[in-house]
Design a protein around this ligand. Structure first.
Ligand code: PMV
Length: 307
């Protein structure tokens, strides 16, 4: 049996503004999807959801990926696929992309094929098109290469950023599901209605991302936190926050995080906070005590790999 893991992701700065050409920054996180492949009658089994039905989106994405990969290398499609993921589904943490990336890597390894990460990323991106109507490609790219990425108008740039061991990110899952496409549409409508106002908000978001790059490179946690809050404010301005997101941001900052913001499409989803490691366990326990789903992550600098 061959197994691979690939990380989920968090957008740290610039979501939504990126849709109209502003830059954004995302990073791969220490929550992974694991996929194992072994010889056998074709089937897809998930540790969390059991045997995957033939008509489902996940099944279609998996079969599409296996068909493409097997046609390149002439490998057998008679494989049993076992999935085990610790990434929350539908919360903007790139669970489907991590799964596709881990699957491509595990299957190509199982085949004995000679391949590189570029191929893994490409195969996963094609599979992502079964899951999301217009994937930007950020999720599969981060799951493949790990680390921090800047992306702008479809161009990805790997960033030489390494944070120290002295900080953690706290992720609070609001468990409020939403459709990214709908929220994006509403934001674009708002822009159409008030272009002369919104253009300034988008410019602010672009400048903010450039400042954030400097702060991340310099490991200036106070500044990163302050910019996360500013970014949350801009996201609130374009209508993608929710009182639940705002409340969690206030809680995280009130308890000592450097900063916090919603991450991804918004209107629920996840909130991420940056926190000193000396405080993270206490804050995590307190929030869990208040009934919230919360976990700690650190950046995954490696991306997809065999395990
Ligand atoms: O929550 P997610 O990971 O689906 O993030 C959506 C990010 C947006 O900027 C809102 C949309 C996009 O395609 O970039």
């Amino acid at each position: 049996m061959t197994c691979s893991i690939a990380p989920g992701k968090i957008i740290l700065f610039g979501e939504h503004f990126v849709v109209k050409g502003a830059p954004a920054i995302g990073f791969a996180v220490s929550k992974h999807a694991k996929v194992c492949v072994e010889k056998g009658d074709f089937q897809v089994v998930s540790e969390q959801a059991g045997r995957i039905e033939q008509g489902s989106v996940l099944y279609r994405a998996v079969t599409r990926l296996i068909a493409s990969a097997s046609s390149i290398f002439g490998c057998s499609k008679d494989v049993r696929i076992l999935i085990d993921s610790e990434i929350p589904i539908g919360s903007g943490m790139g669970s489907s992309a991590a799964l596709s990336v881990a699957l491509a890597h595990a299957y190509l390894t199982h085949c004995g094929a000679s391949f590189d990460k570029e191929l893994v990323n490409k195969l996963a991106y094609e599979a992502e098109k079964e899951v999301h109507s217009k994937p930007s490609g950020i999720d599969n790219t981060l799951a493949t290469y790990g680390g921090f990425l800047k992306y702008k108008s479809g161009v990805f740039e790997k960033l030489e950023i390494r944070l120290g061991d002295e900080v953690d990110f706290l992720v609070v899952n609001t468990k409020m599901k939403r459709q990214t496409g709908r929220i994006v549409e509403k934001v674009l409508k708002l822009y159409e209605k008030y272009p002369e106002i919104l253009v300034n908000v988008y410019t602010a978001a672009s400048v903010l991302v450039e400042k954030a790059l400097d702060s991340l490179k310099g490991k200036d946690y106070e500044s990163i936190g302050r910019l996360m809050l500013l970014n949350h404010g801009l996201l609130w301005t374009i209508g993608v926050s929710h009182e639940v997101n705002d409340l969690i941001v206030h809680k995280l900052v009130g308890k000592g995080c450097y900063g916090a913001k919603l991450s991804g499409a918004g209107r629920g989803g996840i909130v991420v906070g940056l926190v000193s490691k000396s405080l993270s366990t206490r804050i995590e326990e307190e929030l869990r005590g208040e009934g919230l789903e919360v976990f700690r992550v650190t950046p995954d600098y490696e991306g997809v790999r065999s395990v």
